[in-house]
Design a protein around this ligand. Structure first.
Ligand code: PEP
Length: 446
């Protein structure tokens, strides 16, 4: 959240629906809403509600992402796989923020790089699914698509898509974002609190202890700065941005507003929205929606993407090559990443295009230096002590998974594992090979 007040710059987007150029195009992964009239009433109501973010904030994030593309900053994007309405509580949001802040400190201090902090929060209430239906004990019901669509419980009533849930998703997003803004700027995220974020955690976890040592070094650095008379305001608050997958287009469209400064449309449901691997068809509705808004946007790119696909997506979403407008989030899977990622990066560099390459390691990705910058990580984590992924310094074995397997969708890192990852990434970033020249151009892809 930037502290630059968007209203002062006149960038409160005007209420009311804007035209959706995506309508009529094939839209994958949309729920079968049983009552279209109710959906229309809900989206009309949403269109009259206040924006959740301001256009000026989105512009600021675009600038930050441009710095990432130049190799001058690193993205830390993370949060729940799927947020739930029940999880929109102060404790749960604080725990997520705390984890993100701790990871950001590890990365900033350990890798000496500014970190752009983007939560997968305040809107991540819908999920694409591999199958539209779920079969249990002979009965088949619609798959759970996230709290914005239907309920998790395996009953016909819960699983029936209900447009009223879109309104609830909006209100839970507003509550969550309000808490995030308060935590980010109201003193909690002050760097002098670096030990406090760890207090409930330090004794029980090796990563917590490692963090505590790092926090001690930061304390000494802060004391030194104070003694020198320096106390910059950047130390007392953080810039924090919200993001989610732009999946439910009726919802995203209802929150798309015209910016009064520029007359351009912004999706005011979040600062950053991305199009998922399953909905990124070039001529599909999701890419057209992302093309039509001014927010910084992302696209997930999986192992099936050819270099020509990625170049076509860039051409569609960022035809003018505007720095920071488009982020590519790669999720290749550990088994294939070495084979499939380098040709994509080489093809993009060969065209002279700079994008932030953000790695989604929840699918086992890793970094390689191909004459570009490791732009960031996109992860699914929670601030709670769940047991959903194996490994970590506080070793979780396959046999431990049942203990606290609580996710509504895919498995998430717990706080200790998230910190382990931050330390590992900071170490790799610091020791990565230097680029041979400021911007080497590798041979063209055969
Ligand atoms: C996600 O990030 O929640 C997701 C579903 O990822 P992908 O688009 O890569 O499948």
């Amino acid at each position: 959240m930037t502290t630059t007040a968007a209203p002062a710059s006149g960038s409160i987007p005007a209420p009311g629906p804007t035209h959706g150029s995506w309508r009529g195009l094939p839209a994958a992964q949309q729920p079968d809403w049983p009552d279209p009239a109710r959906l229309a009433a809900v989206t009309e109501e949403l269109a009259g509600l206040p924006p959740l973010v301001f256009a000026g904030e989105c512009d600021m994030l675009r600038e930050r992402l441009a710095a990432v593309a130049r190799g001058e900053a690193f993205v830390l994007q993370g949060g729940d796989c799927a947020e739930t309405f029940a999880g929109a509580t102060a404790d749960s949001v604080r725990a997520k923020l705390q984890t993100l802040l701790q990871m950001a400190v590890v990365l900033t201090y350990g890798a000496s790089v500014p970190v752009v902090k983007i939560g997968r929060v305040a809107g991540q209430f819908a999920k694409p699914r591999s199958r539209p239906a779920e079969l249990r004990d002979g009965s088949e019901l619609p798959a759970y698509r996230g709290d914005a669509v239907n309920g998790f419980e395996f009953t016909a009533q819960a699983r029936t898509p209900d447009p009223g849930r879109l309104l609830r998703a909006y209100h839970c997003s507003a509550v969550t974002l309000n808490l995030c803004r308060a935590f980010a700027t109201g003193g909690y995220a002050d760097l002098h609190q670096v030990h406090a974020w760890n207090q409930d955690f330090v004794a029980e976890s090796p990563s917590g202890q490692r963090y505590e040592r790092l926090a001690g070094e930061i304390d000494r650095a802060l004391a030194f700065m104070r003694a020198c008379g320096a106390d910059p305001e950047e130390l007392h608050a953080v810039e924090f941005y919200s993001s989610h997958e732009a999946l439910l287009l009726d919802y995203e469209q209802a929150l798309t507003r015209t910016d009064s400064r520029t007359g351009l449309p912004y999706d005011t449901s979040a600062h950053f929205v991305w199009v998922g691997e399953r909905t990124r068809a070039l001529d599909g509705a999701h890419i057209e929606f992302a093309r039509s808004v001014r927010n910084p946007v992302g696209v997930k790119v999986g192992p099936g993407a050819a270099p020509s696909d990625v170049l076509a997506l860039i051409g569609r979403l960022n035809p003018d090559g505007e720095p920071g407008r488009l982020t590519l989030i790669t999720r290749m899977g550990a088994a294939r990443v070495r084979e499939v990622l380098p040709p994509l990066i080489k093809a993009v560099i060969a065209e002279g295009i700079e994008v932030p390459w953000v790695c989604d390691p929840m699918h086992g990705n890793t970094f390689e230096d191909l004459g570009t910058h490791p732009g960031g990580i996109h992860i699914e984590f929670t601030g709670d002590n769940v047991t959903e992924c194996v490994g970590g310094s506080h070793e979780i074995a396959a046999g431990d998974l049942h203990q606290r397997y609580e996710t509504a969708c895919a498995p998430r890192l717990n706080r200790s594992q998230a910190l382990d990852l931050a330390f590992t990434v900071a170490d790799s970033y610091r020791t990565r090979p230097a680029l041979a020249s400021p911007k080497p151009i590798p041979p063209p892809v055969p």
